[in-house]
Design a protein around this ligand. Sequence first.
Ligand code: CA
Ligand code: CA
Ligand code: CA
Length: 250
Amino acid sequence: MQQLRLTFLAVLLCFTSYALADTMYDLSSSGATVTINGAIFQQGSVQPSGTGEFNSFLRIRANGTEYGYNTDEFPHPPLDIQPGPQWTHSLLLSAVPVFTFNGVTYYQFMLDINESQDKTDSLLSLDTLEFFTGSTPSPQCCPPGGDFGAARWSLDTGANNYLLLDSSLSHGSGSSDMFAYIPTSAFAGGGPYLYLYSGFGENNASDAGFEEWGAGPPNSTGTSPVPEPSSIILLSSGLMTLGGVLRRRK
Ligand SMILES: [Ca+2]
Ligand SMILES: [Ca+2]
Ligand SMILES: [Ca+2]
């Protein structure tokens, strides 16, 4: 009976730890692409991620874990948000570039992580990513309370997910590390302001410099400065190959 109890306890423990484990999506190799809840995430760089190309709207900085959202609330923004209107500010949904892949439109965001370049510390987890819309440029802290209603899109819908990023794949500060494509359909009827709330470091600690979110220049709307997500390219090249085979067979 004792043995049976222990076995039951072991099974229960296994199940509990499995149920609680965060699901990791690996972007720690060059060009890696994953799809989560209809959004596409791709490892990749634009350089320089300076003014014009990157259009920073949220800068977060802390060691270990760090959290923040874009706002005009200065000079003392909450959480780990770095004040400075050139880095962190409100963002109009209408100012975010839109890209179309396979007939689906997405808002494009870029992320620049600044981690130590040695292989141990260059990793960073993006654990929380939520998008909200609202009418104020300075929403009061913090999701899921304050001025934040239901998220328009969340990384953690359906499961506790996180993205694993590697800063050593890019050239450090000044070049971006990841593209995020969020379906525009998630924002239907929302606005005019877009709030991005993100948290890092729960599964791989943050260190070194700030984490920075940017949106491409508004005039880039409709044109792609980056390669399409590789999975889509693979899919379409696979379809083209299939088409070629079918044509040759005729
Ligand atoms: Ca960092
Ligand atoms: Ca790190
Ligand atoms: Ca998560």
